[in-house]
Structures are given as C-alpha cells and as structure tokens.
Design a protein around this ligand. Structure first.
Ligand code: MG
Length: 333
C-alpha cells in the first residue's frame, strides 16, 4: 500500500525504473532540482512541482492570485536551494468546469507578477479539462556556475546548520485560517503571508552559492525534521539542533496559545516554509551571515551537523530528544 511505503519510499522504489543514460546528468532524482551540465562551467537546473486543489490549496481560503503566485514560488524555491538563478517557466493546468475566466486570469496574473519579479519568462505549458479538482503543474529552469551549485549531499561534520527565515510560520498561518476567527489580527500577518504568499529565497541561495563556504543546501518544503533528514541521510551525518537558537516570535507564540498548539511541532514538522537550510563551514559562518544580512535577508544558526546518523534536539532544559522525520508526506498524511 502507498500509505505504508510513504512518499519517499515510493520515490526510492520508482527511482530504479528511471535510469539516466547521458553523462551530462549530474543529478537526477533526489535533489531539489535535476542538474545537467551544459558547458564546462555552467549547469542547467530543472524542477517541477504540482499543486492539487484540496490537497495543496482551498479556493475558499485563498485568492486565485495567491494560488498562482505560490505555485510558481515553490519551484523558484527549489532553484534557490541549488544556488541558481531562475530563467524560464512552463505552466500546465487542468481546469474543472466550475472555474470562470476571471478567476483563471487572476491565477495567471499571480504567476506572471512573481515571474516578472524574478525576471522569469513563461514560455508555454499545457491546458486541459479536469473532471474533479484543479491541478496546477509548473516547471522552472535555472542556471548555476558549475562551482557554485549547491547539493543536498555535501554537508561536513561540524558544519553550522542555518536557516534563512522563520520556521513553522506557514503551518501556523494555515491553522489560523482554518480554526481561528481572529486570523485577520495584525500580529498574525507574517504567519498568513508565509502560508499564502511565500517568497522564494533566491537571493540568499545565490549568496550561499557564491560564498564557497556552503557545503549543502535544501529548501524547507516538507518541514525541518524531514528536510534536515534528507541532508543528513544524503551526507551520511547526524545533526544537533538547539531549541534556544530556533527563532520563536511573539506571533508564533500567540498563535500557539490561541489554538492550543505546540509551536515546536510547527517549527519541527510544519511544512511549506520555503526558507533555505544550509550547511556552512563554521569558520566562515560570520562572513556569510554578514553578506546575507547586508542583502536584507536572514541567516540564523540553529545547530550543527555531527557524525553518526541521528538527529537530536537539545531543549533549553538540557534534555535531549530524538528528532524523527515527521514532516509532510503525501501518502502517509
Ligand atoms: Mg525542495
């Protein structure tokens, strides 16, 4: 059964059926983008992500504009995770009869405005009828220099684990939209924005790539525990996260109080943050952080990669807990 196998077990299983033949393929399945060598010093990045109505978005909670923008943003985030500059997008959509043209134009306006912000050209795609839900699939290409490409599998023992923004905001924002009558309170605006209008951290990805001090990176789409787990597994390492270093804002604390939720659950396992997680050589961390903050973004140290294979959370009390990958899994959810 798919739900026993889980999303990543399923991907592992079909990977063996997806053979690569060209020696220009640097990475196929298993990283944020496929990475293809196109010249001695340049790589092509390709990523694709699908959003399905009722699984990824609800038309009664979100505007068409924000659904469109998010469908592109999640792809740009994968390009960012590889240190790339996004270039082109292809948009495919399956549309049920109940959606009108005005709504669909607003969806495309959301895609198009974010594309313009990142100088991405929309070059085509496919449109079809759907008998049930709407499905949006976007493919994005990007480029990196060969020596500025970030992978998931390069972390070293002792590297600093850093994230480029708040964790758990998107999960908290979604819970507020679903279960709170106060979700329009100003204090919650960053949480709602994180869920409805995520901004891909392309600029941070480029700085990390250029720094030559970033040994691995991933974007947090499924949750810290799952995505850190990918870097650990692929790098053959474990990780230690310090609770006192995890950013915990007043907005997140207040939302957790109001919804009787545990903010650490959102931080560790809530998905769709679309911030970058990076492994950075410790002696160069201050320099890289300065470059990121000078660009108006954040780089927050939350722990260290360590030898072994286990992920641990050191609580403020000093108690140590195991972290298991418990983020979003489509087939187990
Ligand atoms: Mg990703």
């Amino acid at each position: 059964m798919l739900k026993d196998l889980g999303e990543f077990g399923f991907i592992d299983r079909i990977s063996s059926l997806c053979k690569t033949h060209g020696n220009d393929v640097i990475r196929g399945i298993g990283d944020d983008c496929a990475i293809i060598k196109i010249s001695p010093d340049e790589n092509l990045l390709i990523t694709t992500d699908m959003m399905v109505e009722r699984v990824h978005f609800l038309v009664n909670l979100q505007t068409a504009h924000s659904i469109g923008a998010k469908a592109l943003a999640v792809n740009l985030s994968d390009i960012a995770a590889c240190g790339g500059t996004p270039k082109q997008a292809f948009v495919s959509i399956a549309i049920p009869d109940c959606f009108d043209v005005i709504w669909l134009e607003d969806l495309y306006r959301g895609i198009s405005e974010l594309a313009a912000e990142f100088e991405v050209d929309i070059l085509g795609g496919d449109t079809t009828r759907s008998l049930t839900d709407m499905v949006i699939n976007i493919l994005v290409t990007g480029f990196t220099k060969n020596n500025e490409t970030l992978f998931r599998n390069g972390a070293h023992d002792g590297d600093i684990i850093a994230v480029s923004g708040h964790l758990g905001y998107s999960a908290a924002g979604l819970e507020l939209l679903r279960n709170s009558s106060n979700s329009s309170d100003q204090i919650y605006a960053p949480l709602l924005d994180a869920h409805l209008k995520p901004k891909p951290h392309v600029g941070v990805g480029r700085i990390l790539a250029r720094s030559q001090a970033c040994n691995a990176a991933i974007d947090i789409s499924d949750g810290l525990s799952s995505d850190l787990g990918h870097v650990c597994k692929q790098s053959g390492l474990g990780a230690t996260i310090f609770e006192e270093m995890l950013p915990l804002s007043e907005a997140l604390t207040q939302a957790a109080l109001e919804l009787s939720a545990d903010p650490m659950e959102w931080i560790l396992n809530g998905g769709e943050d679309y911030v970058l997680l990076a492994a950075i050589r410790s002696e160069e961390f201050a320099k890289v952080k300065l470059a990121v903050t000078e660009a108006g973004a954040d780089l927050i140290e939350i722990g260290r990669f360590v030898s072994g294979s286990e992920m641990k959370l050191i609580k403020k009390s000093g108690m140590v807990f195991d972290i298991f990958p418990k983020g979003w899994d489509h087939f187990r959810a």
